[in-house]
Design a protein around this ligand. Structure first.
Ligand SMILES: NC(=O)c1ccc[n+]([C@@H]2O[C@H](COP(=O)([O-])OP(=O)(O)OC[C@H]3O[C@@H](n4cnc5c(N)ncnc54)[C@H](OP(=O)(O)O)[C@@H]3O)[C@@H](O)[C@H]2O)c1
Length: 222
């Protein structure tokens, strides 16, 4: 069962690559910069920048006739911590973060659709965040929250559009994870989050498509 993971060279994406390749699963991962040596042989690596539509469109053709059973849209960007509501949140930051967290997710799904259709009962996992919940809005990081809410909405609508094609879509909060984004005081390790998410994705199917869950299987309010 082939899995393609975006942003696989570091953080949670790296832990997902490590988990699946240790289990002997075929993994394709995307990266922008150098791939750490320890990861190089565990996966097939493709260059892709979420802000570069051409690099995402090229993913489809570079896969040839490969079927992709699971696409994990993991790459994400949080750059608006500590912005001031009166003078901060510049438009360029909105554009950049929406490009990575929303548009990049859609363009990746679009580029991968032929490869997902070649698999039987393919799955798409969108790594959003609890900060994308509109029910649990608590202010701060307004761009990140809005973009992750848009990712939840995108996942919900993709689930409806793709259900008839046998493709299921799950949306996940990975936990507060010890990565560059989550910081060293975060609650769980990338390995714990990756293991939980992979379990969640195993249970994803037509009956649960459109779900929004945490890494440990707790349903999350939209
Ligand atoms: N850590 C947490 O506590 C937490 C909580 C909730 C949700 N999340 C979500 O979980 C996912 C993984 O986060 P993380 O904690 O692993 O973050 P991270 O340590 O900051 O890693 C971010 C990943 O996204 C990739 N990325 C960023 N901008 C990109 C771009 N323009 N094109 C391609 N790839 C890009 C990075 O690739 P480069 O190495 O090339 O920069 C890296 O692989 C994200 O979607 C994040 O929003 C994380």
């Amino acid at each position: 069962m082939t899995t393609l993971i975006t942003g696989g060279a570091r953080g949670l994406g790296r832990a997902l690559v490590e988990n699946l390749s240790a289990a002997g699963e075929p993994v394709i991962a995307t990266h922008r910069g150098a791939v750490p040596e320890a990861l190089a042989s565990g996966a097939r690596w493709l260059k892709a920048d979420m802000t570069d539509a051409a690099s995402l469109a090229a993913l489809g053709p570079s896969l040839g006739e490969t079927a992709v059973d699971t696409l994990i849209c993991n790459a994400g960007l949080l750059k608006d911590r500590h912005q001031d509501i009166d003078s901060g949140y510049p438009p360029e930051l909105w554009a950049e973060m929406f490009a990575v967290n929303v548009t990049g997710v859609f363009l990746t799904v679009q580029a991968l659709l032929p490869a997902l259709r070649r698999a039987k009962g393919a799955k798409i996992a969108i790594i959003s965040s609890q900060m994308g919940s509109s029910t649990r809005a608590s202010g701060g990081s307004l761009i990140y929250r809005a973009s992750k809410a848009a990712a939840v909405n995108l996942g919900r609508n993709l689930a409806v559009e793709l259900k008839g094609q046998g493709i299921s879509v799950g949306i996940y909060h990975p936990g507060w994870v010890q990565t560059d984004m989550g910081g060293p005081s975060a609650a769980i390790t990338p390995a714990q989050s990756a293991a939980g998410l992979i379990e969640r994705i195993h249970t994803l199917g037509p009956a649960t498509t459109g779900c929004f869950e945490t890494w440990d299987g707790t349903p999350f309010p939209f």
